[in-house]
Ligand binder design. Sequence first.
Ligand code: NAD
Length: 339
Amino acid sequence: MKKLNCAFYNILPDLKTYTRNKMSGFNLSISDKPFEIDKLDPKTEVLGIFVESKIDKKVFAKLPNLKMIAAFSTGFDHVDLKEAKKKKVAVCNVPTYGENTVAQHTMAILLAISKKIFQSTKRVKEGNYDYHGLRGFDLRGKTVGIIGTGHIGYYMIKMLSGFEVNVIAYDPFPNEKLTKELNFKYVTFNKLMAQSDIVSLHVPLLPETTRMINKRNIKKMKPGVIIINTSRGGLIEPEALVWGLETGHVAAAGVDVLEEERYISHPECLLESDCKSEDVKDSLMENIIIDHPNTIVTPHNAFNTTEAIKRIIDTSVENVKAFAKGEPQNDVTKPRKKK
Ligand code: NAD
């Protein structure tokens, strides 16, 4: 049987051997860097990419033999699915690998905000051992609104149960079984926005979830609300968050994702269509969010643990092998099977 030509990008050096060993039946080229559009090999049949690689029409045009995209992620909003379907390219994701991992990161951000951990550490390292001005708040008794009760939302609620908070949740597809298991209740989106002291987002970026927190509804949130987003930057209108932070309506924000994170993580502009002038990059709202004293911003790092990365590679390799056998799995271009 002909070996498929596979090209994997952004595989960190310490995981190259691990990945190579698992992909022994394939022609694999592996790079620890993101791809450069002009250097893509047209013979590539399977393209393996993390979320920072935007797969648009130009990439499809460069890869006439492409049959499958192995998305090393749960989210796949960085891939032009319409084009993939048109070109009959399977897009196989990793539906679960790190629900506990991402929830742990979300909790880490929330706990760091609640006890001013970064300000405290910085002060002590600067030689000042004074706690004045570093007062935090108890999580106990607070209302936490979880938007999206899928894999990660589930783990968030589970982890929060040890903190004696009141959890409310919104999901257009509520899972009533969970409410009994984890002792929380579903409310409408508007109620969640109005009643929560802390709001944490755990939904995919879809047309209907894009900028679900925006200039119109942020004013309806409780004054002093804390917003946490480890899902996708596009869920929050950056101007609205900046308004909230600058007026104090939002007491603090903890985000692992930013709407325009590609320009911040790859300012050298990887694809022609991604080019923005330096002036535009400097004026991004994201810079204000990063620099604000009441924010914690991490670089889309919530998934990043040794254990989770190995699970990503394991499932991605299984996806490629299943595809090679003619039995594709986790192909998001196909309608999802009901569980
Ligand atoms: P999931 O598919 O298991 O759950 C998503 C939930 O969102 C589902 O229950 C769905 O019904 C719900 N939902 C859909 N539309 C909604 C809406 N309009 N309002 C409220 N809820 C809605 O996904 P998951 O594994 O929990 O992951 C959630 C998201 O987290 C992913 O889509 C991805 O974007 C993001 N993520 C980020 C990282 C990171 O490193 N920062 C890592 C993994 C996943």
